[in-house]
Write a protein that binds this ligand. Structure first.
Ligand SMILES: C[S@@+](CC[C@H](N)C(=O)[O-])C[C@H]1O[C@@H](n2cnc3c(N)ncnc32)[C@H](O)[C@@H]1O
Ligand SMILES: [Zn+2]
Length: 278
């Protein structure tokens, strides 16, 4: 794994591990936490990633299987489109490593890394799978991965920088990306008064990934039937947690029927770098 990383400060290959410290050739050093994740940040951190409360809510919600339809689509795409000799699967903004774990089950010779900013998420991600590591990294900075190091990049409902994905993907590598569709969680959004998905998002994504070819696409649509505790967890684990205060959330949840039907709509695409580029 260390051979696929690079120093976030000088971009040299991260070469050696000495106990709980990893050093690059130039002598920059980075700590491995007692929970097992390695933090590779350049120091210019303007974001923090998800809070412990958000991560706890997401872990509990995902464990109940509500996003299984999405997970099985991602896993099936990985099994079908990953290069035959897949080494590294990098899950960018991978949270608790939920999708990485099932992807690694489908690719028995591969190993994986969850990259995320949230220390609470990384603690879980470092235990997500026996073949998975967890790395603290900021998606808005150059990634601490060597060029052409990842055979599969996952990016599920999280921030991304297309230029960096382009740099780190191996020549026959694939990006499996999941983004919220316009109707995603609309029953919740209308009640909470939070903003929806930008209608121009599909165009923006197409433009951002112009140098890529789409090899597969699936519009995953399913219905969630949620009790009040599950609705609360869904609100707390998503981006609304940053914008909705707890009193407002509780008032909305209190007025809900015992079981609320919620639309889930996530678009999954598989992209490959254009073959005309090296
Ligand atoms: C909606 S969650 C998705 C997590 C995971 N992919 C999943 O679907 O379970 C978004 C994730 O992005 C992470 N995140 C937010 N901003 C980030 C940044 N600038 N760099 C790295 N990770 C970030 C959060 O900590 C969180 O884990
Ligand atoms: Zn360095």
């Amino acid at each position: 794994m260390l051979g696929r990383l690079r120093c976030p400060l000088c971009h040299a290959a991260v070469l050696c591990r000495d106990g709980r410290t990893v050093r690059c050739r130039a002598g920059h050093s980075f700590d491995i936490s007692r929970h097992g994740h390695l933090t590779l940040l350049s120091g210019r951190r303007r974001h923090r990633g998800d809070t412990t409360e958000m991560v706890t809510a997401r872990e509990s919600f995902l464990r109940q299987g509500h996003f299984e339809a999405l997970r099985s689509t991602i896993t099936a795409f990985a099994a079908e489109y990953a290069p035959r000799q897949t080494g590294l699967v990098a899950d960018l903004a991978g949270g608790t490593g939920y999708y990485l774990a099932s992807t690694l089950d489908a690719l028995p010779a591969a190993w994986g890394a969850t990259l995320d900013l949230s220390a609470a998420a990384l603690r879980r991600a470092s235990r997500a799978h026996p073949r998975a590591a967890a790395v603290g990294a900021d998606m808005w900075q150059p990634l601490p991965l060597a060029s052409r190091s990842a055979d599969v990049v996952l990016n599920v409902l999280g921030p991304r920088t297309p230029g960096e994905i382009d740099r780190v993907l191996s020549s026959d590598g694939v990006l499996i990306m999941a983004t919220a569709g316009a109707e995603h969680l609309r029953e919740l959004r209308s009640r909470l008064g939070t903003i929806g998905v930008d209608p121009r998002k599909a165009d923006r994504l197409r433009h951002a990934f112009e140098g890529f070819t789409e090899v597969a696409r699936q519009a995953v649509r399913w219905r969630l039937a949620l009790g009040r505790d599950q609705v609360r967890a869904l609100v707390d684990m998503g981006p609304s947690a940053h914008h909705v205060d707890a009193d407002h959330r509780d008032r909305v949840v209190h007025q809900l029927p015992d079981i609320l039907g919620v639309t889930a709509a996530v678009d999954v695409v598989v992209l490959r770098r254009d073959t005309t580029r090296s």
